[in-house]
Ligand binder design. Structure first.
Ligand code: NI
Length: 184
């Protein structure tokens, strides 16, 4: 059975991740498990906290079809997916920002607009333990920043204004109740 996804209310989502000391077979297995859980929920990204782990890992499978610029050209040609990002760190970001709606598997059915730098440079270890640097824009840049937030214990709700929280108060309460009743 696939691991369940931890939803809002679960304290593990507020934990700061710990750097991976060595990329071992166990780490690769964890990354594969995360991808499985993500696909089962039709997600495009998942952080370790979301399945109760605190290793600094997130996985992404951002479909190229969904990540195009205004001219209909791919934002990130040549970036292969899926990928596991271990000990990821943003080492550069654009001054230009973009606003788009984001969802999160830990906040079922909640979508809120979030403003973020439109381009980022990410340094990380790949599943072989090699250091990589990735320049990302568009949806990929957004997904990277969303997942990095998770690794820092930052959640979608932290990007919501008081007015947005009020608007979605019922939904948020519903998710917390769901956590309390099922316990993860
Ligand atoms: Ni999320």
């Amino acid at each position: 059975m696939a691991s369940p996804i931890c939803v809002y209310g679960n304290p593990v989502l507020r934990k700061k991740s710990e750097p991976v000391k060595e990329v071992t077979a166990e780490i690769r297995t964890l990354a594969d498990r995360m991808l499985g859980v993500m696909y089962a929920q039709d997600g495009i990204g998942l952080a370790a906290e979301q399945i109760g782990h605190t290793e600094a890992i997130f996985v992404l499978d951002v479909p190229a079809d969904a990540d195009k610029n205004e001219q209909g050209l791919p934002n990130n040609p040549g970036v292969s997916m899926p990928q596991a990002f271990i000990n990821p760190e943003i080492i550069g970001e654009s001054e230009e920002t973009a606003i788009a709606e984001e969802g999160c598997l830990s906040f079922p059915k909640l979508y809120v607009p979030v403003e973020r730098p439109s381009e980022v440079v990410l340094r990380y270890l790949d599943r072989e333990g090699h250091t990589q640097v990735l320049n990302a824009k568009g949806l990929l840049a957004r997904a990277i920043q969303h997942e990095l937030d998770h690794l820092n214990g930052v959640l979608l709700i932290d990007h919501m204004t008081p007015a947005m929280k009020l608007k979605h108060a019922l939904k948020l309460r519903g998710i917390r109740k769901w956590y309390k009743s099922r316990g993860y």
